[in-house]
Design a protein around this ligand. Structure first.
Ligand code: ADP
Ligand code: MG
Length: 690
């Protein structure tokens, strides 16, 4: 008998080359193979009659090849034709002509006398009914008939080196010999969706359409349930950690707010209160702060840090890029040093500490920095913290769960605030961030100028240029963004380094600078600083400026080859402008006219709301790796669709909450399977389940 967890290489009847091909698809165990689900099904239990007319729906028919021929045209081009007749043809039957253009191998596979099953749309070509490039299978023997035909037949995602029938044959044989007891049903008892074993049979070789639908529901529920169990386990692990109250009295915060040149938005004030409550509690904070680009998350982070500093704790602020860490260091130094707060910067490239300053009242007199700002270096460079009370992670979607854990998994637990500019739709938040409490800044500061976004062809560059010059003359600044650094990256894309000279010409006499990832860190820092101070008018840059960079006087952004960026990324990039009172302009240069690109770029012309952009992205691309399952440490979804199956997700969430509510440590015998197969596989880092 075959075990579910068995490696396929142990099944000696699978030929080597097939194993290799499977491995390329990351199918290495029996379970991998059985969770390679069909893309669709063909009801071959009864074949359709031969068509009389053309139709828009594809049909599946079975017949006999009565003639084949090769037609040449235009020199080397070939059409291979096979004429198919109904098996019990009568005087009224019309043959169907199957046609393939320039597909040499098809010709080798099809011969007169064979029986074929074909799937495609019948079309009139002249007087003949034809199917062009149909999917087809040759019926070879009676065994074939029972596996591949006379049933609802699974059709697998097309793969190289592994034809449909190989997959079907392998899966059929594995299912026939699968040891029942090796297939654990990963659903709680009160969820009545049958056994996993049954579901696996029915998803691949459904007895009826209804059975297939039920099997899918079982498997989708299982996937979602596993995900929710991991999230739930993380949540309860976090909740059971012992923390400390970290909030000080708030005088320091008051001073900071009084010194600001603007009033907080209502949303900012509300979120600061939410954070203050968490900080004051001894329960460790695990809060996600969501807010569109430019909504003012940094101020909230500072408020949180000041409360913790006044409470006598050290705080850390982690950013994904050196440029952003430097910016935070600059901005925070300006705002906080006058309050007597000592800051330190820790990046791989640079370490700096602010000088001795008069201490604010209540300081214990230690000389360790109160606020440590850094990049990933904070995790690895042996930075030692004294009394770390609060960790803030900016642009958290750029970090993995394990990185987050590295900074926060210490005892006693520090409070954790992670910030993100909503790369995911609102409806998904609970799914993905179910282990966190969520605060949302749903309001932009009122002093913001509008952002106008326009898509232009490169041919329009002269007009674009004169517009840009007008803006620069009015004292504004510009970003010009390229997808790549230099042309060595092969693709036919104009690269920042090569185009820099050209832009200098175009924008003369305004000062331009070039910024990209390979420029040494101190120089990068100097370039940003000059731009921030307005000494440079235009920055020709790669996506190193994608996150966090805040220069309110920069109101112009031109993105070259905009089609090469994803929607979320374009929105992030565009978030660099529209940060001040002036009206801003984002020009997306692209000559690509494919419907997908046109639709994608049109979204940005239509809205500058990050939530709307995220929803549209989801609509167009599907959730894809939105979850970043690899990064989030959650089990992957192979079948479940976060949008279509949202109702199942809600049920799965409720089921997981119930199981963990009744048995938080998963100690009961019947919950062992969840603990072993779900939580331990995926949630180790955060799990208190031991
Ligand atoms: P993000 O949410 O993208 O991180 P930032 O925190 O960088 O946004 O804030 C963007 C800009 O808005 C900064 O220059 C900041 O000083 C400013 N800002 C923040 N809050 C307000 C406010 N309430 N009113 C006006 N400007 C604000
Ligand atoms: Mg920011």
């Amino acid at each position: 008998m075959i075990q579910l967890s068995q490696p396929l290489s142990e099944l000696d009847w699978i030929p080597r080359p097939k194993l290799t091909a499977l491995k390329r698809l990351e199918i290495e165990t029996v379970e991998d193979l059985l969770t390679h689900y069909p893309r669709r099904y063909e009801d071959r239990s009864e074949f359709a009659g031969f068509p009389r007319d053309e139709s828009e729906t594809a049909i599946c028919i079975c017949g006999e090849v009565v003639k084949t021929r090769l037609v040449r045209f235009g020199g080397w081009k070939k059409i291979f034709e096979a004429t198919l007749e109904e098996t019990n043809s009568n005087a009224l039957s019309e043959p169907l002509v199957l046609r393939w253009f320039n597909l040499h191998y098809v010709q080798k596979m099809i011969a007169t006398g064979q029986r074929l099953v074909v799937f495609g749309k019948p079309r009139l070509r002249g007087k003949r009914l034809c199917m062009e490039h149909p999917e087809f299978e040759v019926i070879e023997n009676d065994d074939d008939i029972s596996i591949h035909f006379r049933r609802i037949t699974p059709i697998y995602p097309a793969t190289e080196g592994l034809p449909q029938r190989v997959f079907r044959g392998l899966i059929y044989r594995v299912l026939e010999n699968l040891a029942l007891e090796s297939v654990t049903t990963l659903l709680p008892k009160n969820v009545n969706l049958g056994t996993r074993e049954h579901a696996l049979h029915e998803i691949h070789f459904p007895t009826t359409k209804e059975q297939q639908v039920a099997a899918r529901e079982h498997l989708v529920f299982s996937e979602f349930f596993a995900m929710q169990m991991v999230i739930g386990a993380r949540r309860s692990a976090a909740a059971s950690r012992s923390g400390q109250a970290h909030a000080g009295g708030g005088e320091l915060l008051e001073k900071f707010l009084r010194g600001l040149a603007f009033d907080l938005t209502d949303a900012q004030a509300r979120v600061i209160e939410e954070v203050r409550r968490d900080l004051a509690s001894t329960q460790p904070m695990n809060r996600l702060l969501q807010g569109d680009v430019g909504s003012g998350k940094t101020v909230v982070a500072i408020a949180a840090m000041l409360l913790a500093v006044e409470g006598g704790f050290q705080t850390a602020l982690m950013a994904p890029t050196q440029i952003l860490a430097e910016q935070h260091y600059t901005v925070l130094s300006r705002w906080l040093e006058p309050l007597g707060v000592r800051l330190a910067l820790r990046t791989a490239a640079r370490q700096e500490e602010s000088g001795a300053l008069p201490l604010f009242t209540g300081d214990t007199g230690r000389s360790a920095p109160h606020v440590i700002i850094g990049t990933h270096a904070l995790l690895y460079e042996g930075v030692s913290f004294e009394n770390l009370g609060l960790v803030v992670i900016d642009e958290q979607h750029k970090f993995g769960v394990s990185q987050r854990a590295r900074l926060t998994a210490r005892e006693p637990a520090p409070d954790v605030l992670v910030m993100t500019a909503t790369p995911i739709p609102r409806t998904l938040t609970m799914t993905v961030y179910g282990d966190l409490d969520v605060s949302v800044i749903d309001e932009m500061p009122s002093n913001r100028g509008k952002i106008v976004t326009a898509v232009r062809e490169p041919a329009k560059l002269p007009e674009v240029l004169s517009f840009m010059r007008g803006q620069l003359e009015a004292g504004r600044q510009a970003y010009i963004v390229y997808p790549l650094i230099d042309e060595s990256e092969k693709l036919d894309v104009k690269a920042a380094a090569a185009e820099f000279e050209l832009w200098r010409e175009r924008l003369r006499p305004f000062r331009c600078d070039l910024l990209h990832g390979r420029i040494p860190a101190p120089e990068k820092q100097a370039i940003m600083e000059q731009f921030r101070r307005g000494q440079t008018s235009a920055l020709i840059s790669t996506t190193v400026i994608e996150v966090g960079v805040d220069v309110p006087n920069a109101t112009l952004m031109l993105i070259e080859n905009a089609e090469r960026f994803g929607l979320a990324q374009l929105h992030q990039l565009r978030g660099r402008i529209g940060r001040g009172a002036h009206k801003s302009y984002c020009i997306l240069l692209s000559e690509e006219k494919s419907p997908e690109t046109v639709a994608k770029l049109a979204v940005l012309e239509k809205t500058s709301d990050g939530f709307e952009v995220a929803e549209a992205d989801w609509e167009m691309r599907g959730p894809g790796d939105l979850l970043g399952t690899a990064q989030s440490g959650l089990p992957a979804l192979k079948l479940g669709d976060l949008k279509k199956d949202a109702a199942i997700m809600r049920q799965a969430r409720a089921a997981a909450t119930a199981v963990l509510g009744a048995d938080p440590h998963l100690n009961s015998p019947e919950n062992q399977r969840f603990r072993e197969l779900i939580v331990e596989q995926h949630g180790r880092t955060f799990s208190n389940v031991s």
